[in-house]
Design a protein. Structure first.
Length: 159
């Protein structure tokens, strides 16, 4: 079957920084990625390329930052009271907090001061042009429950 909205797609992928060639992430040698197609789970530009793809489809796609993880935004870097963060947090760590609309958002802890902490709400790959090497290993229809939850149930984690 072809990947379309409501398909669970299993892919093997390697993500590199297009400019430097640095490998940012790879599922090769690890668990392949399963995602629910059409639910904003993966970079938009990659999802567009996988629309209609079937098992065995392989491609390499280079995406501009805006189509991948977004441009870096300076105002996404914020200062918060040190006491807002867990005691044992460390610089470089990623934490989750609610943004001003109450949606969970990931932040990287950039700097810990005595009284304040600097957090960066940009995605770690924001501002990077990236290249995905991707192979579709499987496409199946999502269950009602998966569609309802908006994510894949693979027998692990919180479902
Ligand atoms: Zn669920």
């Amino acid at each position: 079957m072809k990947a379309t909205k409501g398909s669970v797609v299993t892919v093997q992928y390697t993500l590199t920084d297009t400019k430097s060639g640095e490998v940012l992430e790879s599922s090769v040698g690890d668990e392949p990625l399963q995602y629910l197609h059409g639910f904003d789970e993966i970079a938009e530009g990659l999802e567009n390329v996988l629309e209609g793809a079937e098992k065995g489809f392989k491609t390499k796609v280079s995406l501009k930052a805006a189509d991948a993880y977004g441009e870096r935004e300076d105002d996404a870097v914020i200062e918060v009271p040190r006491t807002d963060l867990p005691e044992d947090v460390e610089e470089g760590e990623e934490i989750w907090s609610d943004d001003e609309d109450g949606e969970p958002q990931g932040f990287t802890v950039v700097k810990l001061g005595a009284d304040t902490a600097t957090l960066d709400g940009n995605h770690p790959y924001a501002g990077k042009d990236v290249t995905f090497d991707v192979e579709v290993l499987d496409v199946r229809a999502a269950t009602e429950e998966e569609l309802d939850h908006g994510h894949v149930h693979d027998g692990s984690e919180d479902e």
